[in-house]
Design a protein around this ligand. Structure first.
Ligand code: ADP
Ligand code: 5GP
Length: 211
C-alpha cells in the first residue's frame, strides 16, 4: 500500500472532493463502498452510472445503475450528457453529468465506481477526485471471488479476468492513484479505506451540521 497526502479536501465553492474507486471486476469495490455508505449514510452519495448490461438479481434500477439500451445511451452520449463513458466486457458504462451533480447538490462526497478507461478520462476533467485503487491479493483469488459471486457467464468471466490483468498493471503506474488497497481481509481493507477518508468525512459532517 502507498499513500500520498490528499490535498485540500473541501472548499466552500467546490464542495467535498469526490472519490473514485477503481480496480478489477470482482475485487470488492461495491462491497467496500456499500459498507462505507452504511456507516456514513449522511456523508457519501453514489454516482449512479448508466449501463447497457442487464441487472443482476438484487440490483435496483436507479440505485445500482440506470439500465438503458445501447441506442438510448449512445444518443445521450452524443448529446453530451456524460462526463465519461467506456465499453467494458461488451457493454457501455458511463457517468452522467447529472449523476455527479445530484450528489454534489446534496453536499455529499460523491463515490464513483469506474474502470481504468474511466479513470483516464476523469483525469482530463476538472472533477479533482481522490483516486483509490482496490486490488485483489492475486488473480487466482479474484477468479474464485468472481466465480463464487455467480453473476457471470463463463464467457463474461473470462472477459473480466482478461480486463483484470490490465487493471492490475494500471494500478502500478506512477502518479495515477493516491492510494492502492489490497482487499485481502475485508475488515482490514475497509479500515484502510475509511482511515484514508476520515478527514473528508469529518469535513462534511462539520459543514452539514453548521448549515
Ligand atoms: P466489485 O464490485 O469490485 O466487482 P464485489 O464487491 O461484487 O466486487 O465483490 C466480489 C465478490 O467478492 C462478492 O461476492 C463479495 O462478497 C466478495 N468479496 C469482497 N471482498 C472480499 C474479501 N475481502 N474476501 C472475500 N470475499 C470478498
Ligand atoms: P459491473 O458490470 O461489474 O458492475 O462493472 C464492470 C466494470 O465497469 C467495473 O470495473 C466498474 O468499475 C466499471 N464501471 C461501472 N460504472 C462505470 C462508469 O460509469 N464508467 C466506467 N468507465 N466504468 C464503469
Amino acid at each position: 500500500m502507498y499513500m500520498r497526502h490528499f490535498a485540500r479536501f473541501y472548499s466552500a465553492m467546490a464542495g467535498p472532493r469526490p472519490v473514485v474507486l477503481s480496480g478489477p471486476s470482482g475485487t470488492g469495490k461495491s462491497t467496500l463502498y456499500k459498507k462505507l455508505m452504511k456507516e456514513y449514510s449522511s456523508v457519501f452519495g453514489f454516482s449512479v452510472s448508466h449501463t447497457t448490461r442487464n441487472p443482476r438479481p438484487g440490483e435496483v434500477n436507479g440505485k445500482d445503475y440506470h439500465y438503458v439500451t445501447r441506442e438510448a445511451m449512445q444518443a445521450a452520449i452524443n448529446k453530451g450528457d456524460f462526463i465519461e463513458n467506456a465499453e467494458f466486457s461488451g457493454n457501455l458504462y458511463g457517468t452522467s453529468k447529472a449523476a455527479v451533480q445530484d450528489v454534489k447538490d446534496r453536499n455529499l462526497i460523491c463515490i464513483l465506481d469506474i474502470d481504468m478507461q474511466g479513470v483516464r478520462n476523469i483525469k482530463r476533467t476538472d472533477l479533482n477526485p481522490i483516486y483509490i485503487s482496490i486490488q485483489p491479493p492475486s488473480l487466482d483469488i479474484l477468479e474464485t471471488r468472481l466465480r463464487d459471486r455467480k453473476t457471470e457467464s463463463e464467457e463474461n468471466l473470462q472477459k473480466r479476468l482478461n480486463a483484470a490483468k490490465a487493471e492490475i498493471e494500471f494500478s502500478k503506474e506512477a502518479g495515477v492513484f493516491d492510494l492502492v488497497i489490497v482487499n485481502d481481509n475485508l475488515d482490514d481493507a475497509y479500515e484502510q479505506l475509511r482511515d484514508a477518508l476520515l478527514e473528508e468525512i469529518h469535513g462534511v459532517k462539520k459543514i452539514n451540521l453548521s448549515s
